[in-house]
Ligand binder design. Structure first.
Ligand code: G1P
Length: 289
């Protein structure tokens, strides 16, 4: 079994749901408390054993590259002022091995993943979507998927159950239950179905382990929902020739691409912080009295 060592994080989208904040700032750089959302994603990848990360970048996304780079002037100032903790924090983000490629035209998630083809070669790889931040202190969501891949092979889709009202926001899977394993063997997938079209309530939540066979399929995948090349459509084809598992991962997932989801993440991550949590909790209690 090949170890999953490489991950791709698509980050080329415009972030229109967060305008005007995203006019000049990549949405991936919006902070939850004091850390850009993409750093939470990168940290999840690293703590899951990923060694090389490819970020699919695009126009007006240079701030992401600067964030994961050294910052000599800032570092010199922090060193001179003996702000060792801050210096360590700034340097940590520069030590991560990140590669970049640009998606030149916004043709959809499937097209973004296709940009990773030469980087991934023939190895299975991980995908983490930047809008889905998952909190699990014990075992990161991606590590849970990697463990399933190591036990069962094939591709693995990180899923959670959603309500009928929510299915239209996700890729939704259907398949045969594998008893005792908490797994579905995927036989059907629909991108953003209506309640009537949805084959189940099992929704894909921005974490994937995908076999490299996906690239040949993506090359031939026509635009689907929203006139975009959909990863979901390609995965459905992949499931006909290779096992694709849907796995309900454990963890609290926030849709930080949505304003309410972003606020929820901000409040909950702040409450969990040792340096802020107690005071912030008291503030909320007083505010809501
Ligand atoms: C994407 C995928 C969808 C998936 C979702 C998870 O949609 O296309 O299948 O369920 O991410 O967040 P997006 O939300 O980027 O439109």
């Amino acid at each position: 079994m090949q170890k999953i060592k490489k991950a791709v994080i698509p980050a080329a989208g415009f972030g229109t749901r967060f305008l005007p904040a995203t006019k000049a700032t990549p949405k991936e750089m919006l902070p939850i408390v004091d850390k850009p959302t993409i750093q939470y994603i990168v940290e999840e990848a690293l703590s899951s054993g990923i060694e090389e990360i490819l970020i699919i970048s695009g126009h007006a996304k240079r701030a992401i590259e600067d964030h994961f780079d050294s910052a000599p002037v800032l570092e010199a100032m922090l060193e001179e002022k003996h702000k060792d903790d801050l210096l360590k924090m700034v340097r940590e983000t520069a030590d991560i091995n990140i590669h970049y490629i640009r998606q030149k035209y916004m043709r959809g998630l499937g097209d973004a993943i296709l940009c990773a083809r030469s980087f991934m070669g023939d190895d299975p790889f991980a995908v983490l979507l930047g809008d889905d931040v998952v909190y699990n202190q014990e075992k990161p969501a991606l590590k849970q998927l990697i463990d399933i891949h190591e036990a069962y092979g094939g591709s693995v889709l990180g899923c959670q159950l959603v309500s009928d009202e929510e299915v239209s926001a996700y890729g939704v899977v259907a398949g045969e239950k594998i008893t005792g394993a908490g797994l579905l063997k995927v036989s059907d997938m629909v991108e953003k179905p209506s309640v009537d079209e949805a084959p189940s309530n099992m929704a894909v939540m921005g974490r994937y382990i995908i076999s490299s066979s996906i690239f040949d399929i993506l090359e031939k995948t026509p635009p689907g929902k929203g006139d975009e090349i959909q990863l979901t459509d390609a995965l459905k084809v992949l499931a006909k020739s290779e096992p694709v598992w849907a796995y309900c991962f454990d963890g609290k997932r926030y849709d930080v691409g949505d304003k309410l989801g972003f606020l929820k993440a901000t409040v909950e991550f702040a409450l969990r912080r040792d340096d802020l949590g107690q005071e912030f909790r008291q503030y909320l209690v007083d505010l809501l009295k």
